[in-house]
Write a protein that binds this ligand. Sequence first.
Ligand code: SF4
Length: 375
Amino acid sequence: MKEIGLYIHIPFCKQKCLYCDFNSYVCSDAQVDSYIEALIKEIRMYNNEHQFKYKTIYIGGGTPTFIHYRHIEAIMQELRPYIAENAEISMECNPGTVNSESLRAYRAMGINRLSMGLQAWQPELQKRLGRIHDTVQFMENLQEAVKAGFENISLDLMFALPDQSLEMWLETVENAASLPIKHISCYSLKVEEGTPFYKLYQENKLNLPEDELDREMYHKAVELLEGKGFLQYEISNFALPGYECRHNLIYWLNREYLGVGAGSHSKLDNIRFNNFKSLNTYIEAINNEAYPIEEKISIDKKEDMWETIILTLRLNRGLDIAEFNRRYDEDFEELYKGALQKLTREGLLALDSGKLRLTSLGMDLSNTVFIEFMD
Ligand code: SF4
């Protein structure tokens, strides 16, 4: 029995946010029905052919809470015999798509962690982003979630937004940290090609903060959150002690996981593979009794080592050199001598008690560090 993480993709949203390039769509009920049917078949195919136990499950999207909770119940029903004891079962949840009834149902079906997308505190910024909710709705849903028995709640926040001042961002972080939650993710806005924001950006109509302000927002948030007991454990993630996201740690430690649903990614037995992104192609493949895999890539040892380095360095606990040497039967310090000397000299990396960590400057310039190990 192999214990792995499972990601389940629900690609539906009530409306598209203006910055979003995720694989998510505004769809009819009939499309949702046929997608969920295919998704359950895909899960069944893996469970029938492999010996997996899921130690973490992450239901993401899209907005999983936008579709009726009976669909999530059907998925959970299929998974139940394959869920490990004490598994972390997270689901993304957008304010404005849940109520007391659905939240109680999610809790009863075994979901024990909610990741709520707040993004910004100020209604004018929520509107600017094209979000479907306001803060009043968010607060109502949060209270309902707590009442329904959700003890482990995470919030997603975004900074470097158009027309967002430092004060607005700090108000968001400060208010978020005072809520009954255990985990906060802070992501800097990336303007992605193909989104309405990209078009505005090209037309010079997106008033984005300068890089300097972006960094100030980040560092002030780290300071503020640590002062409130939310310890930074990854470049963008903060948690009260014991509430780090176990599912995401699987990605950052470069361990094995299966992704099901359109466009999802997996890493198993040194192979990376991804499903068809298009809903129709995905459903069609499954209806033809085939795995809906679009591409498979074998990962050789060198590449796997590089991925472990760049993913694990994102974590504040750093890269455990002895563990790396055991995992790959190599001598890390000998193998990466040049990169280590250069990056520690430049103040981007620090080696302490066998753990290699990004410094605060290294976090700002993480891509420079990662490229150095590639060479
Ligand atoms: S709710 Fe999330 S997935 Fe849906 S459109 Fe907005 S950002 Fe994208």
